[in-house]
Ligand binder design. Structure first.
Ligand code: NOJ
Length: 535
């Protein structure tokens, strides 16, 4: 393929913005859309193709926007619909695409649909949510658990039944076995398509159907005893075969419009994940999260990438993720010394990379003092908050070394504390430093954009002769080839890659210093170094 023939979501980088944390233009300590708009020059300068916004809909914020109380409006806190429209227009004028989060599995308990549903057992919307009688002992109808701790059922004394929620109790789950619910959500999608958004990231798409008989989930024999939610295999609450039919209906809405895209949030092994491509009639991109779960090991990464490439159905487009608002930042998980190598990998593998705001600076997890902890799974389960809590990766974007990192005006209490390392890890200072993480990111992103080989070319891993090295070739149709060599270790390693070519030119090095021609027969890789070489 040539990049002229590729679709925008195939060739470009998706940049994820967590709206509460990107830029606070109103001075209330929480980010907003006018703030994002002020920073469009910056976003454009990164060389990304699209922005994905975590939910912007009206929400009581029990799960910081993933509890939607109106699917066809924008939260006043973020500036409402006028602010979104202005941002969308501005972004489009600059050639940036805009993807929004769609959270169809559950609404807020404050949504008018749920208010009606809970009002009486014979309300016409009763069946829009999943209600069941108590078990004979008065307890929940079955053993299903919430991802955030405790049972997935809450008793509603007013009508004497339990309703289902796999996250906080204020996120009741919609019943997609009811055709009216299905149609209502398809209409929501159509509303945003008509407004001109370029796509959806669909929240927990693989959970949208549940067993109609509410069978108990079986015990997980491999449970490590840490997170109670993993005590069961989610056989009857996740990845039900019927979900594919629903997703095809959702895709049908997008296909009525040109070049729209749907990326689904799905945590599943390859064999199951691949089914979410359908016959090119389901997700354009089922999120591929697997690298998030591997320890930093070159051979494990190589095997994972090779296997994923081999498992992809014909014509399906790959994608890669190292970070998002639910995962500890990769610079923390993998170690800051490995962060550049990891970033180089993410931006040079074949397929669409998703980059989480601030990762382009090398941002790390913030320290959250106990009085600031607000993420529901951490609040509910303090004993495992360090594992399940997501506040650390949601701290404010670091724009400069000044008060509040330039995110909010000085003196304002930001909703989560600003990371102390904003003194050095910030946009302003990194922009001036030719060797910074930010300029490294930009060098990779811009080269990726201009080179068919990196943007849409083929992938082939290479036996580099050392277990700490992951190396691969990216080749364009016209033969232009890049070799990526990543040193996962703190050893200096000399490689003999002379069979590939005699010499190569350094296009980008993680140190942002090395340049010129190297001899592949005796290629010296410094500790934690990554090299992007033009053959
Ligand atoms: C997945 C989202 O990414 C996460 O942030 C949220 O808490 C749950 N879905 C519930 O919507």
């Amino acid at each position: 393929m040539k990049k002229e023939n590729a679709l925008w979501w195939q060739k470009g980088i998706i940049y994820q913005i967590y709206p509460r944390s990107f830029m606070d233009s109103s001075g209330n300590g929480v980010g907003d859309l006018a703030g994002v708009r002020q920073r469009l020059d910056y976003i454009e300068s990164l060389g990304v193709e699209a922005i994905w916004f975590s939910p912007i809909n009206p929400s009581p914020m029990k799960d910081f926007g993933y509890d939607v109380s109106d699917y066809v409006d924008v939260h006043e806190l973020y500036g409402g619909m006028p602010a979104f429209q202005a941002l969308l227009d501005d972004a489009h004028r600059r050639g940036l695409k805009v993807v929004i989060d769609l959270v169809p599995n559950h609404s807020s308990d404050q949504h008018a649909w749920f208010q009606e549903s809970r009002s009486s057992r014979d309300n016409p919307k009763r069946d829009w949510y999943i209600w069941r009688d108590p078990a004979p002992d008065g307890g929940p109808p079955n053993n299903w658990l919430s991802f955030f701790g405790g049972p997935a059922w809450t008793f509603d004394a007013h009508t004497g039944q339990y309703y289902l929620h796999q996250f906080v109790p204020e996120q009741p789950e919609l019943n997609y076995r009811n055709p009216a619910v299905r149609q209502a959500m398809l209409d929501v999608m159509d509303f945003w398509m008509k407004l001109g958004v370029d796509g959806f990231r669909v929240d927990v798409i693989w959970l949208m159907m549940k067993d109609p008989d509410l069978r108990d989930n079986p015990l997980n024999p491999e449970w490590d005893g840490v997170n109670p939610h993993s005590k069961f295999i989610h056989q009857y609450t996740a990845n039900l075969p019927e979900v594919h039919d629903l997703i095809q209906d959702m895709r049908g809405v997008l296909d009525r419009y040109p070049e729209r895209m749907m990326v689904g949030e799905i945590y599943l092994p390859n064999q199951e994940l691949m089914k979410y491509y359908g016959n090119d009639d389901e997700c354009h991109l089922p999120f591929n999260f697997q690298l998030i779960h591997y320890p930093w090991n070159a051979q494990a990464y190589r095997r994972a990438v090779d296997q994923y490439e081999a498992d992809l159905p014909a014509g399906a487009w790959p994608n890669w993720v190292l970070g998002n608002h639910d995962q500890h930042r990769f610079a923390t998980r993998l170690g800051v010394e490995n962060a550049r190598t990891a970033q180089m990998m993410l931006l040079t593998l074949r397929g669409t990379p998703t980059c989480y705001y601030g990762d382009e600076l090398g941002m790390t997890d913030g320290h959250i003092p106990p009085e600031f902890v607000q993420d529901p799974p951490a609040v509910k389960q303090p004993e495992i908050a360090h594992i399940v809590g997501r506040d650390p990766e949601r701290t404010p974007m670091q724009w400069n070394a000044g008060p509040n990192a330039g995110f909010s005006p000085a003196g304002v209490q930001t909703w989560l504390p600003v990371n102390d390392n904003h003194a050095t890890v910030n946009v302003e200072d990194e922009s001036k430093d030719p060797k910074s993480f930010l300029n490294f990111f930009k060098a990779l992103a811009h080269l990726r954009r201009s080179e068919d080989a990196l943007c849409v070319g083929s992938y082939q891993s290479v036996d580099a002769g050392d277990d700490d090295i992951f190396a691969y070739l990216r080749r364009a149709e016209d033969g232009t080839t890049f070799l990526v060599v990543l040193n996962f270790s703190s050893r200096i390693i000399t490689l003999d890659l002379g069979e590939i070519a005699r010499t190569a030119e350094i296009a980008v090095s993680t140190d942002m210093v090395s340049s010129g021609t190297v001899k592949l027969g005796a290629l010296i890789m410094a500790e934690h170094q990554g090299l992007l070489l033009r053959l």
